[in-house]
Design a protein around this ligand. Sequence first.
Ligand SMILES: NC(=O)c1ccc[n+]([C@@H]2O[C@H](COP(=O)([O-])OP(=O)(O)OC[C@H]3O[C@@H](n4cnc5c(N)ncnc54)[C@H](OP(=O)(O)O)[C@@H]3O)[C@@H](O)[C@H]2O)c1
Length: 315
Amino acid sequence: MKAIVLKTFGGIEQLSYEEIEKPEIKANEVLIQVKALSINPVDVKVRNRQAPLAEDLARYQPLILGWDISGEIIEKGAVVTQFAIGDEVFGMVNFPGHGRGYAEYVAASADQLALKPQHITHTEAAASTLAALTAWQAFDSYGKLRPTDRVLIHAASGGVGHFAVQIAKYIGAHVIATASAANKDFVLGLGADEYIDYRSTAFEKVLQPVDFVLEAIGGVNFQKSVQVLKPFGTIVTLPSGYTEADVWKAQEKQLHACYFMSVYSNGDDMRTIASLLEKGGLKPYISHIFEFDELGKAHQQLETGRTVGKVVVKL
Ligand SMILES: NC(=O)c1ccc[n+]([C@@H]2O[C@H](COP(=O)([O-])OP(=O)(O)OC[C@H]3O[C@@H](n4cnc5c(N)ncnc54)[C@H](OP(=O)(O)O)[C@@H]3O)[C@@H](O)[C@H]2O)c1
């Protein structure tokens, strides 16, 4: 099968289009013929060896990045009962771990997948995996967002943010979204109640206190976000690095909870995402679609830090 192997950590030139053996499945796994995959900042950070996960993955040879896939089941293991051959499924495979998603065929644990809703395409399904799960787990597993909450969502136009705005509105919360002026209409169109242009306005100076922050930038932005929380508020932060100063800032304030989260593969959560997609409570926005042999270009797009919604790769 064709796969994109990471030869060594580094630039996009290390992503190599190669012919390798199809994976063999274990009893609890299915083999998926991949129709589309999506990428996330973590793909770029692992490729550059900037994410802690890269150290765990360094031992794999060949190392194949990618976790977000949508496709069709072509083989199933002996103990898999929830899916049949021919089912169309999507999910975030083996995260954090060796996902091997940049490939024509992926072996995936059946309990990390959900049936793809019939009305959406594989590109839409592949987009609605890691980023959507992150938003859902931030509001449902790490924190508990309540319908009466005021929630501040940073980077609301990005992969995670655009799902987070929709999920927070689905829960019933009042959403304040940050983005640059170019993305104002986009985030308001997702359902945000208020919008702050983070480039022209210091959100910590204008915002009435909030109950919950989904923090996607890190550093000073984290510390300013703690300032705008009500006592007993919750902050969930996404970037992998945080400093002792961040922890002190959070401890100074009497918070209900402060999480430095890490999204994890989970079939129940994938089924929730599938159900939200089915009910219309969630819709992925895909700004860029690349061909499989253009995966390096897809990484370059994410590296701009300016992506609106999701970047997807078709097979
Ligand atoms: N810990 C975890 O489990 C986890 C899971 C998922 C993601 N993450 C991390 O969370 C971060 C966001 O991920 P993502 O997939 O949403 O990234 P993304 O799609 O690349 O985010 C791009 C968006 O961020 C916006 N943005 C950039 N700087 C901003 C700022 N200072 N304030 C407000 N918006 C800003 C940009 O909007 P403008 O062009 O308008 O500025 C752009 O639309 C990344 O660092 C990622 O690694 C962590």
